[in-house]
Unconditional design. Structure first.
Length: 209
């Protein structure tokens, strides 16, 4: 996980107004291999092991299987499509991919110079590290400050809450892409202050003006 990402992370227990503090035990080229993210408010701690951060509120228990998979043949085309929908041509910036789309994190990071991509899915725990990708899981919600991400791609099959969180974390001028969009995705995004640009084939794209 990239060290600079910790400046944007928040406590899943206390909410998006409470940031986390990093205690790094092992670093490699500005990436945290092992360490702990701590909340100064509730004093809870969230582990980083082998570059994967478990930012879930207690009781944590075992990690579920997750929805993302390693990219297969043809995934490059889907990554290019996501880049176009996000309207990101160059970095710097940070984009978050949640659920199934997280599997495209490394391809998206490779396609845009200086772009950092956050793969949020339990399955990412088993992946190899990639220079442009931070791997993690979080619950409930996305453990990031509001309006700080340059873009978000969320898996609408995970429910309306993940769509709502995607809308919350994107910065002004940034886009949210919802794949497997639920029927109320447009309404949720509008309630979050976003304007819908595209709504077709179970994909909804919206922007924060």
């Amino acid at each position: 996980m990239h060290q600079l990402l910790t400046d944007r992370q928040t406590s899943p227990r206390c909410g998006p107004d409470f940031g986390l503090v990093l205690l790094a035990d092992e670093m490699d080229d500005r990436r945290v291999r092992d360490g702990t993210l701590g909340c100064p408010n509730c004093r809870d701690a969230f582990p980083i092991r082998d570059g994967f951060a478990d930012v879930r509120a207690p009781p944590r228990g075992e990690l579920p299987a997750g929805r993302a998979t390693i990219p297969a043949d043809g995934s490059e085309e889907e990554a290019v499509r996501l880049q176009a929908l996000l309207d990101i041509r160059r970095g710097p910036g940070t984009v978050v991919l949640v659920g199934g789309p997280a599997g495209l994190a490394s391809l998206l990071a490779d396609s845009v110079d200086e772009l950092q991509v956050v793969a949020v899915d339990p399955a990412a725990r088993m992946w190899r590290d990639h220079p442009g990708v931070s791997r993690m899981t979080g619950f409930p919600g996305l453990p990031f400050f509001s309006r700080t991400m340059r873009g978000a791609v969320v898996d609408g099959a995970m429910g309306g809450d993940v769509v709502r969180e995607g809308a919350r974390v994107v910065a002004p001028g940034a886009r949210v892409v919802v794949v497997n969009a639920p029927s109320d995705a447009e309404e949720i995004l509008a309630d979050g202050g976003l304007s819908v640009l595209v709504a077709e084939s179970e994909t909804v794209v919206a922007t924060r003006g």
